[in-house]
Design a protein around this ligand. Structure first.
Ligand SMILES: CC(C)(COP(=O)(O)OP(=O)(O)OC[C@H]1O[C@@H](n2cnc3c(N)ncnc32)[C@H](O)[C@@H]1OP(=O)(O)O)[C@@H](O)C(=O)NCCC(=O)NCCS
Length: 157
């Protein structure tokens, strides 16, 4: 599959993103939630992988001071386990670091082994647990953090 990686453009990408979101999560983000997160005033940091047929994968996050908070991330079910999620995540992290992020964080359901592998392969470390954080079904959230390997160069101590 041929695709390009680049910033999420709401007018072009939003319908595809919420369609994949609905296929991927029991409580998917709405268009309004994605739009609010990606707004420049919210310091949105959102990327998509696009093929000729549309969005294949996306990552929606926000920069909070010098931290990247990843809110939602998914690959279309038809193209999972082909390396796309890993490539998109590496691009998102690299772009955030070049914009000044010194660390990145996210939450994941305890049962979501695929996502945990993906994040661990990208250098994230499990640092905490929020018991019963998710609803329907109730489940723990695992909190992951990743420090930028170049953080000292980005922001002197
Ligand atoms: C999690 C998700 C984004 C992974 O995307 P992907 O494109 O399939 O991932 P990749 O093919 O790039 O694989 C990246 C790593 O994750 C691991 N992985 C991916 N799917 C896996 C699975 N089903 N089971 C175990 N490990 C898996 C791979 O082993 C790979 O590591 P590797 O380098 O050792 O091969 C995708 O499964 C998805 O969209 N899931 C539903 C939405 C979701 O859970 N998002 C995350 C919310 S926190």
């Amino acid at each position: 599959m041929r695709y390009t990686l680049g910033p999420l453009v709401p007018d072009r990408d939003l319908d595809d993103v919420v369609a994949i979101e609905a296929l991927s999560f029991p409580h998917p983000w709405s268009k309004a939630m994605v739009l609010a997160a990606v707004a420049p005033s919210a310091r949105g940091h959102a990327y998509v992988a696009r093929s000729v047929t549309g969005v294949m994968a996306y990552c929606v996050g926000q920069l909070v001071v010098d931290e990247l908070h990843i809110h939602t991330f998914a690959v279309h079910p038809t193209v999972r386990q082909c390396g796309l999620g890993g490539r998109l995540l590496r691009t998102v992290l690299r772009e955030a670091e070049s914009g000044g992020a010194t660390s990145s964080t996210l939450e994941v359901r305890r049962s979501n082994i695929a996502a945990q592998r993906l994040y661990e392969r990208a250098g994230f470390t499990r640092t905490a647990v929020r018991p019963g954080y998710y609803r329907a079904p109730t489940e723990d959230a695992l909190i992951y953090w990743r420090r930028s390997p170049h953080r000292d160069a980005v922001r002197p101590a």
